[in-house]
Ligand binder design. Structure first.
Ligand code: XMP
Length: 503
């Protein structure tokens, strides 16, 4: 096990991910005392980056005793400076701060840099730097503005790098982590199956006989979180699945079928009519989002009151949610409603977030380990307000049916064509009706818009180039099979300036 001591840097969870990619178990903790650190019995410690300055009095430093544990330590950025400061080196503000991709040169033999190219690009982000290395250390890498870009005491296995090996822009980053894991003598036998087993054991211990409530959306994250909890506490878990009537075709039934197989209390609330009533006559996107979010909470509240006092509320928060919530005061483009983001209206003691440290692909992997079916594990993102924001303008039962049917055809054909690289794709109902001709008659019907995007972070996206043959089949089927549609359009816009969803 490798312990990551967190000093608040932006990329810290990536460090854990890089270690896990080497099949080594890893935990991230803040402000631990030496006894607690010892109790983990780590084979190595990584000190992360952070926004503070080691020479300021109130800055958080690791306990000095970690350097007497006899295990390898890797300091990254602030962590490197903390190591320098504690062991007698000197850290000061740099005259030139470095930010972004920077050429770094290996200048000394180092086990940490085994098989690493002598010159490569690394990601820098610092305003302080190490001016003199502690006694016993040698300098192992430099950049133009940072003579001590890496240093080490190879006999004690203390390593420090000013750059960020955890960030993809550091070309040799993965090798550096792999080398560190070897230096620590880790066995590399940790897998997602171990994460699942460990997490279930920890949840069992923490929750004991307590009552747990989970709002299930049918998405990957809340489903995996729910199944983990069910394996830990069985019938003490109640999953509430609110069907707001704005789900994809057959989705509610599919979710119900999956969860009937697990040992938990599953409550499905059919609230479609209730949501439609609230949405009647409403056309403004933000109001629609707010109404759906609010109504969701009301339904959930009613159910949880019936269940009675709960000790824990489960949320399927995953690591990118954690990063996004921490990004400060950015402009509200859309009020995201996520069933994971339920507020504190339920009478509960604590929130449990078993997936907090995982990235999406790791969550999917955990889902497979837990026996969730592939169609659920691979489900593309689906917004909390559902089809409510894929129908431009007023939402009616007729429009919901149209968009559900069109979307089901689109998904079926993409599947048949074997297209697997799309990040997200769906049909939306434009609020536009236009003239067409069918048989010998005039029609005046809706236009369906097809959307498909490629993106890694969903903050920006490009429109995917789906082959004309496939689009043709989809368009033909939709106009022929879905009543009320006489035109199909393909959205070629990227984000920005458009967004992925239509509202
Ligand atoms: P936009 O439309 O903002 O979407 O480009 C970016 C990603 O977020 C999803 N999305 C939501 N997810 N609740 C969610 O859980 C929401 O209210 C919501 N709105 C958009 C969208 O599907 C896309 O993946």
């Amino acid at each position: 096990m490798i312990l990551v001591l967190d000093f608040g840097g932006q990329y810290n969870q990536l460090i854990a991910r890089r270690v896990r990619e080497n099949n080594v178990y890893c935990e991230v903790h803040t402000a631990l005392d030496i006894e607690k650190i010892r109790s983990f019995k780590p084979e190595g410690i990584i000190l992360t980056g952070g926004p503070q300055s080691v020479y300021k009095e109130d800055s958080l430093l690791p306990p000095i005793e970690i350097f007497n544990l006899g295990i390898p330590i890797l300091g990254i950025c602030y962590g490197a400076q903390a190591m320098a400061k504690i062991l007698g080196g000197e850290v000061n503000p740099a005259s030139v701060s470095e930010y972004g991709k920077t050429e770094v040169e290996i200048v000394g033999a180092s086990k940490l840099f085994a098989n690493v190219e002598k010159k490569s690009v690394a990601w820098m982000s610092h305003t302080d730097r190490i001016f003199s290395a502690p006694e016993g250390f040698i300098v192992t890498a430099s950049t133009k503005n940072c003579p001590i870009a890496a240093m080490e005491d190879g006999t004690k296995n203390f390593y420090a790098v000013q750059f960020h090996p955890e960030v993809v822009h550091t070309i040799e980053g993965m090798k550096i982590f792999s080398n560190f894991v070897d230096i620590c003598g880790c066995k590399r036998d940790w897998k997602m199956s171990s994460f699942v087993v460990d997490t279930i054991a920890k949840l069992k211990k923490k929750i004991g006989g307590g009552k747990v409530l989970c709002a299930l959306s049918g998405g990957v994250d809340s489903s995996v979180a729910a199944v983990l909890l069910s394996k830990a506490v069985g019938k003490n878990l109640t999953c509430v699945f609110v069907d707001h009537g704005l789900l994809r075709k057959n989705e509610a039934a599919e979710v119900e079928a999956v969860f009937k197989n697990f040992d938990l209390n599953f409550i499905k609330i059919d609230a479609g009519e209730r949501f439609l009533n609230k949405l009647r006559g409403v056309i403004e996107p933000e109001r629609k989002r707010k109404i759906i979010g609010e109504e969701f909470i009301r339904v959930f509240e009613e159910v949880s009151k019936k269940i009675g006092a709960v000790d824990y509320l489960v949320q399927g928060t995953i690591y990118p949610d954690v990063i996004e919530s921490g990004l400060g005061k950015s402009a509200v483009i859309k009020s995201h409603h996520n069933v994971g983001g339920l507020p504190d209206f339920v009478d509960f003691k604590e929130i449990v977030e078993p997936l907090r440290l995982l990235f999406k692909d790791e969550v999917r992997e955990a889902g497979r380990e837990l026996g969730l079916p592939e169609n659920l594990v691979n489900r593309q993102p689906f917004p909390g307000p559902g089809l409510g924001i894929r129908i431009i303008g007023e939402v009616t039962a007729e429009k919901v049916k149209i968009v559900q049917d069109a979307d089901a055809i689109y998904r079926e054909e993409i599947f048949k064509a074997g297209i697997k690289n799309l990040s997200q794709y769906f049909a939306a109902l434009t609020n536009m009706r236009s003239v067409g001709v069918m048989g010998d008659g005039r029609t005046y019907d809706y236009a369906i818009a097809l959307r498909a995007v490629l993106t890694s972070d969903f903050m920006t996206a490009e429109a995917a180039q789906i082959s004309w043959e496939v689009l043709n089949v989809v368009a033909n089927r939709i106009v022929n099979e879905v009543k009320g549609v006489n035109r199909v359009l393909y959205d070629c816009t990227s984000k920005p300036p458009a967004t992925i969803e239509f509202e």
